[in-house]
Design a protein around this ligand. Structure first.
Ligand code: NAD
Length: 436
């Protein structure tokens, strides 16, 4: 049993804190957001993540998992301190490091004995060293020692608990093998592969992995755009490509492009890191541009299909950046919905989970519906932005009968072309021939 404090109780901090407690450790999750901590203490989970409610409840009841806003005290009561605060995109596109730096300062001020400081946040290469300097500079007790480890997180929202409990690999970067071994041992119950490396390489692995996946997505989207022009079907192209084990079928589905809390900011951050390091990462910059354009390609199809959007009723199906999450960060809907309103359309939005978070992010004037059927009722056109199960399995005959005009623009390639033809839809997807 280890005593662990996790600083930052967001998607990553809460899930990994709960998982560390599940395997028998005593974990304190702390956060500066009082509202979040108060809700957690009442047993309410501030984010939507399948299975998290039960996991938190079980471990809090077993007195292995605690929540507090007293970050200093939480640091003092543990010997492993995880930093899991946000590193959002700043205005320049670089990672905003102020939260990591403020956590490091706090750790320095409350260092009351030997501790291992583990960085789980996605951070630019060199942050481990910077964290070490900030802690050192803020130490109140001069003789206290500490080690710094990088242990980047790879969980995916929507399947975060499974990703954490049976992770593919744990990357452990440090220049102190003893500290690295303690963190490796902490991961033993997860029965995962451990990869030891130095601090800088561990930090780089996280960015390299995420930007590689983003590259795969932009690549297949570019192929989709060519498919549309030459009469090929990208679904078959990606299925055929994916059969090659060197390529693999994952992250090879064409669509409206990536969003979410990681890929957009991590691609920008790595482009900045490489610029600063004196390398022009042209490939990555073009991945970013391809992704930005992809949203507008879907938007153009939508406008063309209905002959201008002014006065049109548009049903928007899905607002979250992907299914099984309420996370709206860099979701395609944040581009599409304001553009629809700007062009004079009336927006009828449906999302089974993310409507509340969407209301905070989207302009007023959007009509939200609890049921998909209500959103499509009387619509001139329907645009699919998130492939929620309720969207993928919608009753097409019913939808056809409810819509004013049976036109669907599918940014996620949810439906078979022949099926859409059979149900009498005009159907435009990405990289596949239109159904008219
Ligand atoms: P988040 O915004 O959901 O949570 C961050 C939390 O940190 C917030 O609750 C905030 O109040 C808290 N915080 C900020 N400063 C603090 C401080 N000084 N002391 C205590 N708490 C503080 O962010 P997230 O999505 O959990 O991401 C955290 C990190 O993990 C980021 O670097 C992100 O890139 C990385 N990551 C995220 C995911 C993901 O899917 N969300 C996956 C892998 C890695």
């Amino acid at each position: 049993m280890r005593k662990i404090t996790v600083i930052g109780t967001g998607y990553v901090g809460l899930v990994s804190g709960a998982c560390f407690s599940e395997i028998g450790n005593r974990v304190i999750c702390c956060d500066v957001d009082e509202n979040k901590i108060n809700r957690l203490r009442r047993g309410e989970i501030p984010i939507y993540e399948p299975g998290l409610q039960e996991l938190v409840e079980r471990n809090a009841k077993a007195e292995r998992l605690y929540f507090t806003t007293e970050v200093g005290e939480a640091i003092e009561s543990s010997d492993i301190i995880y930093i899991a605060v946000g590193t959002p995109m700043s205005e320049t596109g670089e990672a905003d490091m102020r939260y990591v730096m403020s956590a490091a300062k706090k750790i320095g001020e409350h260092l009351n004995g030997h501790k291992i400081i583990v960085n789980k946040s996605t951070v630019p290469v060199g942050t481990g060293e910077l964290v070490r300097e900030v802690i050192q500079a803020n130490k109140k007790v001069p003789w206290t020692r500490f080690d710094v480890v990088s242990n980047p997180e790879f969980l995916r929202e929507g399947s975060a608990i499974a990703d954490c409990m049976s992770m593919d690999r744990a990357i452990i970067g440090s220049d102190n093998q003893e500290a690295a071994d303690v963190i490796a041992e902490l991961h033993a119950p997860f029965k995962t592969r451990i990869f030891f490396t130095d601090l800088e390489s561990a930090e780089m692995i996280k960015y390299a992995a995420n930007t590689f996946l983003a590259t795969k997505i932009s690549f297949i989207n570019a192929i989709a755009n060519i498919c549309e022009r030459v009469g090929a079907n990208v679904a078959d192209v990606s299925a055929g490509m994916g059969l090659d084990s060197r390529i693999g079928s994952k992250f090879l589905q064409a669509g409206i492009g990536y969003g979410g809390s990681c890929f957009p900011k991590d691609t920008y951050a790595l482009a900045h890191i490489s610029d600063k390091a004196g390398y022009d990462f042209e490939l990555l910059k073009s991945v970013i541009r391809t992704n930005q354009k992809q949203r507008y390609i879907v938007m153009d199809k939508l406008r063309e299909a209905v002959g201008g959007l002014a006065g049109k009723q548009v049903a928007v199906l899905g607002l979250a950046f992907k299914p099984e999450t309420d996370d709206m960060r860099y979701a395609p809907s944040l581009t599409i919905v304001p553009e629809l309103l700007k062009q004079g359309a009336s927006v009828r939005a449906y999302d089974p989970i993310a409507s509340d978070s969407a209301k905070r992010e989207l302009p007023s004037g959007v009509h939200y519906y609890e049921r998909l059927e209500q959103a499509v009722n009387g619509a001139d056109v329907c645009v699919i932005l998130t492939e929620w199960q309720s969207v993928v399995s919608m009753d097409l005959a019913l939808i056809r009968s409810l819509m004013k005009h049976p036109v669907i623009i599918d940014g996620r390639n949810c439906f078979d072309l022949q099926v859409m033809e059979r149900f009498g839809f005009e159907y435009h997807s990405v990289g596949r021939p239109p159904v008219n």
